[in-house]
Design a protein around this ligand. Sequence first.
Ligand code: CA
Ligand code: CA
Length: 256
Amino acid sequence: MGGMRLMGLALVTALVACDNDDPGTGPVPVIPQATVVTATGNIAAKVDEFRNALGPSNGGTAGEQATGRREIGWDGAGANPFNNKNDFPADFFNTNVKAGAVFTTNGTGFRNDSTLFSEVNPTYAAQFSFFSANKIFAPVGSNQVDQLFEVAGQPTPAVTRAFGIVFSDVDVADKTTIQLFAQDGSSLGIYAAPVRSDAGGLSFLAVTFADAIIARVRITLGTGALGAGVADVSAGGTADLVVFDNVIYGEPKKAF
Ligand SMILES: [Ca+2]
Ligand SMILES: [Ca+2]
């Protein structure tokens, strides 16, 4: 019975795909409808709205919870031994803190920074700001980082229904994005963060689906990696440098 229903749904999907397709180019994937929220300037109200829609905070509670959300603000004292260095552990937020998140990058590492990255480049203190005091995060040697989901405290792949992120210093439109991926690797769409609109320079972007279908989020930060000799586009450089603070996501559910 369940199998027949699944076949029917798959057929409807295939027919819809064919209707929207040019001849000979294969079926167009049908992406589930997403709800997208963006904000710049004073983003606090929109962030709270997104948090509340997901339900209560599950903090670092181990194990899959029935509902609610997880959030990484980078600020906890437990991370202090690793901060302001270029080798922040990729799995810190599902081992030391059991929040169901691990990170990968095509760069050389990760940096959790309490100095607005001023020890990487003194000019950065005038570029970046935090949302939650006072640490912010970026990959090292790249402007791209992927967040993958696991059951909290377990190395078990998981999926979530929503992902939100706070960026600092988005200057160029459509370059700072999140691309969401399903468990089978198919794209669930690319979503752009709004350009900064005030001195604080924060931008918020959140995407929500009805069901837990997000297995991975590719976070692209502006157009270049941080570096000792690299200035932001707003300070005479050529690259738009962007870092991020809070990531907020629905409770990671075991993927099947
Ligand atoms: Ca923070
Ligand atoms: Ca910038």
